[in-house]
Design a protein around this ligand. Sequence first.
Ligand code: GRF
Length: 216
Amino acid sequence: MGRLKVGVLISGRGSNLQALIDAAAEPGYPAEIVTVICNQPDAQGLARAESAGLPTETIDHRAFDGRRAFDVALTAALEAAGVELVCLAGFMRLLTDGFVAHWHDRMINIHPSLLPLFPGLDTHARALAAGVKLHGCTVHYVRPEMDSGPIIGQAAVPVLTDDTPDDLAARVLEAEHRLYPLCLRLIAEGRTAIQGNSVTIDGGGPAPAMIVNPTP
Ligand code: GRF
């Protein structure tokens, strides 16, 4: 069987894109990145994709008359590249319901919190303000409501005394870079099934790989 064809959508730094690039370069990894699409012409992530020799496309949302026209262009570019699964990796545009419906069960996202806690922005500062002792990240299928959808995997990290939002963000980011390639692998190997709002792995048997425990 061929490798799953993935399109990655980014807006900025692209460190999660890099984690996926590195994973896909490993022999036997079941997914390949066939296009990287960015809505910000000067994003660092574009340079990462180019260094890896990947096809890139910049689709600047400011050139479009409204979200719908932008999303139509995104889908056209993804389909032209033969994309089977869309990976959002720090893509900072709200997507239309039409786009989300078109890619239903074929689009995943990484979010820097243990959803359903802290959807939206500033997750690390909000976690500190809430006094939680565990924080982390989530990879999930995308549904119309922002940062919702069946959860594929989560990684937890401890919140340490005197953490700043930046300290916590850095700890979570390391976990993101482990979690995203792991979740993509499971999907590409056909080991995930969506049942309502939950994802079962390997037919619903034990799936310890999808919980990355905190360092004591
Ligand atoms: C990550 O924290 C990701 O969880 C969130 O946006 C950030 C993107 O970072 N959705 P990068 O561009 O992958 O470095």
